[in-house]
Design a protein around this ligand. Sequence first.
Ligand code: SF4
Length: 521
Amino acid sequence: GGSMEIFERLSELVSKRGMDCQVELKEEPHDNTIGMKKSGCHGFCEMGPLVRIEPEGYLYTKVKLEDCEEIVDRTIVAGEHIERLAYKQNGVVYKKQDEIPFYKKQTRLVLEHCGQIDSTSITEYLATGGYYALEKALFDMTGDEIINEITEANLRGRGGGGFPAGRKWAQVKRQNAKQKYVVCNGDEGDPGAFMDRSIMEGDPHRMIEGMIIAGIACGASEGYIYVRAEYPLAVSRLKRAIEQAKEFGLLGENILGSNFSFNIHINRGAGAFVCGEGSALTASIEGKRGMPRVKPPRTVEQGLFDMPTVLNNVETFANVPLIIKNGADWYKSIGTEKSPGTKAFALTGNIENTGLIEIPMGTTLREVIFDIGGGMRNGADFKAVQIGGPSGGCLSEKDLDLPLDFDSLKKAGAMIGSGGLVVMDSNTCMVEVARFFMNFTQNESCGKCVPCREGTKRMLEILERIVEGNGQDGDIELLLELADTISATALCGLGKAAAFPVVSTIKNFREEYEAHIYDKR
Ligand code: SF4
């Protein structure tokens, strides 16, 4: 059974035992009450479905329908936990969530509530101190003070390049326009990435709160959330959260009795990767074909409906309430000097523990792969890690002690991107990996400019013939030359970064290309 069936079975069993099973927790709990709630994603995908028992913090992993009876018996009657369902790694049994190595080295700030609170309930979010930052921003701070705090905290955009959010907000605030917009990019198109999805589904109020604060700071009264159509649960949770925020006077006209008004609309994208690019995204919201345009003007000057627009992604907005609530100094105490805070990553590939993780910036790849990820699956040897999706690069063993932050990765020829992290073992062919990403990018190229439209096709052809054993002398040089030209001349980020996986695999694993070409492997 899936998580929902397990939830149903558990509530049925709890009620059968004469307990008062409260799913909504509307009434005051009493001794005979068992609260049951559906939470967002816990991040430990590999081990789902998960059941967590509070307040002890036991975490049952891989729960099946037939386990439910025993879980209820042990919890209600004996107060013990079931060892055989506890998480086992290398023969060691972990009972509580906090003890599990997968969670131990993480710092969950943005994902703090995911897997903890009922994301469909605004009262649960409020009970954790939710919307306090909004109140503070609204009544105790000026727009400039908010922007200063975000700038001082050095919050950098979590969606790709790491541009300072405060600088972006200040540029929008400076514009003289009758309307300004706040747009949240929830398009998350990288293969294997699901950080933003998890936040939208597991803690939608946090990013909504961040968007409203951005509105206060820049003088914008309208917000748009652009969500991929492939995320229907995220859309329904966001809709519900928006309704609830309106009911509580936290969104809409005269928020909390002030003279500030802010509305949020949801737009569904149709799954084009290029719509994650700023100008394509705003065009798509306007009902036009999602194609990037030449810049300038930049989004901060003429974005949505040609008006000044703050465009950040889900994770960036989700950081905002934390900074406003706890202050820039607190934020800077986490992570590195140039990349403060944490970053969420989707950890996938040939490792023991796959899932969604959040770590302080500056954590090394080795810690991520071997401590949190539990090492390579089936004892295989580590070979490479692809970071940042199709716009990122492949790093090798020599990079394992590289701290994960915006600048170190860029220097190494990769990027954080939106946070996809695919770990590969020694059985992986790196030319195939390059071909996979080039195939993806080539498919997603919008076709507007020649270097990307034609260049990615040519690169894919060359990669295909190398993989098939028909590579020719000079192919590697040709790939690098095409890569240079495309990066230098493509119109948008998709084209500019299209060749990164190829360049980085040639740089780190050139011998594999040569073996394909010259040994006809
Ligand atoms: Fe379209 Fe590619 Fe040009 Fe971007 S670089 S505008 S995706 S053709």
